[in-house]
Design a protein around this ligand. Sequence first.
Ligand code: DC
Length: 215
Amino acid sequence: MIIALDGPSAAGKGTLARRLAGHYRLALLDTGLIYRAVAARTLADDSDLPERERAIAAARSLRADDLARPGLREEGVGAMASKVAAIPEVRLHLVDFQKNFAKHPPDGKAGAILDGRDIGTVICPNADVKIFLTASEEARAERRFQELRTGGSDTIKARVLADMRERDARDSARSAAPLVPAADAFVLDTTALSADQVFDRVVAHVDAVRATRNS
Ligand code: DC
């Protein structure tokens, strides 16, 4: 079984993906981490090349080890990830790795869940289940703000909201694989839902899809 999970930042994809992977015993790939790893390498490259060229070179030579670099979750890396993700050549270099993960899930797993922005539309258009999580900007900014505060950051909420707006606008407006729900995605607005409620609703949907397939 392949599950494609897409949506904007801080909609709850990460938490849901981990729980679904455990529940259905699926291999999990956080594809945002791939773009963050390219961003971190681009930022660390102090050559005179233009940013675009540095990003393409970073994507071309990305290794699995790069996904374990420290600091990938930082806000500055996230903002840069959104910029490098808009470059078609960068995306092109990363497609095979993601498709291969879905086709041959590691650790002997029988299926995979991939979370990102274009999984249901570009990476796994034939996924068994497609989910698109969303939530109001305010709810997502509040969640991200609380996460950052828990992590020791002294950022202010207005700043988190402004950064999130900028990133979502870039992710949605880009011409290469923009953030849009697949036509056949199960769209769930998590604004007023707890993590448990989100999980229960998605599991009910996945089980219903599987029951229809098996009947
Ligand atoms: O989910 P995240 O915040 O870790 O993602 C970081 C950036 O990477 C996000 O702003 C857009 C980009 N991204 C993408 O373009 N396609 C994906 N499948 C995943 C992430």
